[in-house]
Ligand binder design. Structure first.
Ligand code: ATP
Ligand code: MG
Ligand code: MG
Ligand code: MG
Length: 480
């Protein structure tokens, strides 16, 4: 009696064989002659039909086969008479592994709002939508490793607990074992972190980049793929306090090599999902289409989800500089209504998400690689351009998402780097180890950071980043 998953039953021809399935009841329809149980085991979005004859399965057992219950079903695979699925399982025996009281189980078969499901994140993976999202998320993660492994990049694990806020990227989460009620005082009256576990102030990492650079200067081409923490104090649909970041870092790459790699990588990963997640993407495509229908006509997306993914894979990204982007924004129709005026009055301001969205969704209607930002709005480690005003930065902007990648060629010249650190009041002693890489065997190198959840958001067509990670961490939310 073969134990199989539903995906295997659907992929292979098992007609006539005796098998055992285990999974959760999605729905049950009964009349006095027969019960039809739709079973799902997570292996595929499709529910598999179990046919139970009341002459073989007791009434007491059938009653317990309610939505949410977990079953072990043994029986024979039989060709289906009805339309839809090609086969079904005629049960010889059903064992109830876990009951689900119909009065209490919150996921009764009906359409639940995403907000409601967020409050029951411990159960929401049992819905079709979240099952699809997490299978696609898995495929994307696998594609990330495959892409880099196939190209000779090494996967490096950078520390979660760090002593530096290299990015200046956001508020950090402090790591401490000190008794918060009785903090030890140092000579100046501040907190004495010498008495803490690490004998200094430590935080959860906001980026593995600096450590990644050290690795690239030993192994050539590396990537990290790990959790990253930022105490983002605003609630947006694009920010999490805990997210996963992919950070490749490459010795001997210049800014253009970096852009080429990022574009190739994004297309590969999206295409991998198209090729390997067909059923789930079809479901998500339909879900996204239903959401679009609910919007006013002028706000609806021009392309469906799968069309949009194919479009990104098949077309070159637009590449332009920050200065060129500002010019476009200045001269845009949008600006005739003075919408962008506050930005345009001074060259050097950071782009707001409405500018990014205008460029990507209205002007170019394509992903955009924006380069050469003013140095004042970018991190200290980005390589300074010859104009003295800009740095070799790149942000990649995606339709519906905004920034999906941030990267740059790194400043490998010690004098320029330390000068920039001084201007930005970053103490050299804190980063002596980083500066060492510019003292010993410095080389041109570049890299980027991709927020993995933003990629999952784009590929699944979901609208809120909280719905593409199993247990989202946002202000006030750490229940599960
Ligand atoms: P944003 O402008 O959206 O706040 P950022 O410029 O602060 O992003 P970077 O420091 O450039 O972000 O980090 C690299 C990538 O990590 C970003 O391009 C984005 O994809 C992702 N990212 C950054 N912050 C978050 C977050 N709080 N939650 C999820 N992903 C994030
Ligand atoms: Mg940010
Ligand atoms: Mg940004
Ligand atoms: Mg950025």
């Amino acid at each position: 009696n073969k134990r199989v998953k539903i995906k295997a039953v659907l992929d292979q021809n098992l007609i006539g064989q005796e098998i055992t399935l285990m999974g959760w009841v999605r729905t049950k329809r009964s009349n006095k002659n027969v019960s039809f149980i739709a079973l799902n085991d997570g292996s595929i979005i499709t529910n598999y039909q179990v046919v139970a004859d009341p002459n073989l399965i007791s009434e007491e057992i059938l009653k317990k086969c309610s939505t949410g219950a977990c079953l072990k079903v043994s029986g024979i695979v039989v060709e289906s008479q009805g339309a839809g699925q090609s086969s079904e399982l005629h049960a010889k025996s059903i064992e109830i592994l876990g009951e689900a009281d119909p009065e209490k189980f919150p996921l009764q078969p009906k359409k639940h709002s995403l907000e409601f499901l967020r409050d029951i994140a411990h159960l929401r993976m049992r819905t079709n939508t979240f099952g699809a999202v997490f299978r696609v998320r898995h495929a994307l993660a696998f594609a990330v490793h495959k892409y880099f492994n196939d190209r000779g990049f090494f996967y490096i694990h950078t520390p979660i607990i760090t002593a530096s806020d290299a990015e200046g990227a956001g508020e950090m989460f402090r790591v401490t074992t000190l008794d918060l009620k009785n903090l030890p005082k140092d000579e100046a009256g501040g907190i004495d972190f010498k008495q803490d576990f690490f004998e200094k102030e430590t935080n959860l990492t906001v980026s593995g980049q600096l450590e990644g650079e050290l690795a690239a200067m030993a192994l050539g081409e590396i990537y990290t793929f790990g959790p990253t923490f930022r105490a983002e104090n605003s609630n947006t649909t694009r920010h999490l306090a805990e997210f996963w970041m992919i950070e490749p870092e490459m010795a001997f790459y210049d800014a253009e090599d970096n852009q080429n790699l990022a574009e190739d990588f994004l297309k590969y990963v999206i295409n991998y999902a198209l090729e390997n997640c067909a059923e789930d993407l079809q479901f998500l495509d339909q879900r996204a289409a239903d959401e679009e229908k609910a919007k006013p006509a002028e706000q609806r997306a021009e392309l469906g989800l799968i069309e949009k993914l194919k479009f990104v894979v098949e077309n070159d990204f637009v590449r332009l500089t920050y200065t060129e982007a500002i010019d476009i924004l200045r001269n845009s129709n949008h600006n005739k209504k003075k919408k962008f005026q506050y930005l345009i009055d001074s060259w050097g301001a950071d782009l707001q998400s409405e500018h990014e969205r205008y460029l990507v969704e209205k002007h170019f209607k394509k992903p955009v690689i924006l380069t050469d930002y003013p140095k004042e709005i970018k991190a200290f480690y980005m390589r300074q351009n010859e104009d003295g005003k800009t740095v070799a930065a790149m942000d990649i902007l995606f339709p519906g998402i905004g920034e999906i990648v941030g990267g740059s060629q790194r400043e490998e010249r010690l004098d320029r780097l330390t000068q920039r650190m001084q201007e930005m009041h970053i103490p050299e002693e804190e980063l002596w180890w980083y500066l060492d890489t510019r003292r010993f065997g410095a080389n041109p190198h570049a890299g980027f950071g991709l927020g993995f959840e933003r990629m999952v958001l784009f590929v699944t067509g979901m609208g809120n980043i909280r719905d593409v990670i199993a247990f989202p961490r946002t202000p006030g939310n750490a229940e599960f």
